[in-house]
Ligand binder design. Structure first.
Ligand code: SAM
Length: 292
């Protein structure tokens, strides 16, 4: 088996072919400045396949036989950094909507659906679940579901295990950590495992945002944060009407701190706080065909 050395560098043709493939498959934009990132993240794939250089890797991953490898490649190239209660102000806004609209609806027998789109290791979905439970513990018995999806199968696997190292739970207030996590020790490390109380609210699925969305029920709140920053504007602009389509009237869309919808009104959204958008009742895509 050939082994690439840590010095193995990528040639321009292979870089272009891989960047084009990543863009087509997942929307990830890899400018030439990302060359060393791409090299370092993909070298282990060359080793795993016994390939000596990037030219062979690029030929394989772009071929018909490279279908499975394409998933490994996208998994290696995505950035999965996340934190519990990241961008706290969004959770304050969420709290207000829970109290004013979502909780009254749940209590009167209605349904509430939240989507963490690009959920990474699950920190965002579990933060949403804790926010609901802290306001009303009975939501566990009501019709609340948090759908959490990501293109990267390895993060979905991690999220389902829901076992977080100590450094990953630092942003969780101590009382919530005590209430919703169980501490365990393994090989000298402390792990915090999410309890059934929060996990039962969340459904994890693998989903590429550029593919079809098997969503048949109206969504009330979408968190799609720190995901579209890796996409170009045309790709982002393909997503806004699709979010508008799945969101119910007055549904809420949270984006990451450096993400924006430019001209939100043209996509049927109104700005509603820092990187927060509300689907307008009237406007583009208002003939929502999803069931109530
Ligand atoms: C930086 S993380 C953001 C996690 C979380 N939303 C947050 O803000 O902390 C970006 C996530 O988007 C996912 N992602 C990238 N491209 C995607 C695509 N085309 N479809 C679905 N998820 C994608 C990545 O796998 C990664 O887990």
């Amino acid at each position: 088996m050939h082994k690439p050395s840590s010095e193995t560098v990528i040639d321009t043709d292979s870089f272009n072919a891989l960047a084009e493939l990543a863009y087509r498959e997942s929307g990830l934009q890899l400018a030439i400045e990302k060359t060393s990132m791409l090299q370092s993240r993909l070298r282990h794939r060359l080793s795993a396949l016994g390939l000596q250089d990037f030219a062979n890797y690029s030929a394989f991953v772009c071929s018909e036989e490279g279908k499975t490898e394409r998933r490994h490649m996208i998994s290696a190239l995505t950035t999965n950094v996340s934190h519990f209660f990241r961008e706290k102000h969004h959770f304050e806004i969420l709290k207000r909507h829970i109290q004013s609209e979502l909780l009254p609806r749940l209590r009167s027998g209605g349904r509430v659906r939240v989507w963490s789109a690009g959920c990474s290791n699950g920190q965002e979905a579990l933060s949403i679940a804790m926010t609901f439970l802290e306001l009303a513990i009975e939501v566990a018995e009501l019709d609340l579901r948090i759908l959490a999806t990501d293109i990267d199968p390895s993060v979905i696997q991690f999220a389902k295990k829901a076992s977080y190292q100590k450094r990953l739970v630092e942003n969780i207030p101590e009382d919530l950590l005590q209430k919703y996590f169980t501490r365990s020790e393994s090989e000298g490390d402390s792990f915090y495992v999410a309890s059934e109380k929060i996990l039962q609210l969340v459904r994890y699925r693998e989903l590429n945002l550029l593919s079809d969305w098997p969503i048949t029920q109206r969504i009330d709140v979408v968190f799609c944060r720190n995901v579209v920053i890796y996409f170009d504007v045309p790709t982002q602009n393909l997503l806004w009407p699709r979010f508008k389509e799945v969101l119910g009237p007055a549904g809420i869309l949270f984006l990451g701190h450096s993400e924006r919808i430019s001209n939100p009104e043209s996509f049927g959204f109104a700005s509603d706080g820092p990187t927060t958008y509300r689907a307008s009742v009237l406007g583009a895509g208002s003939s929502n065909s999803l069931k109530d």
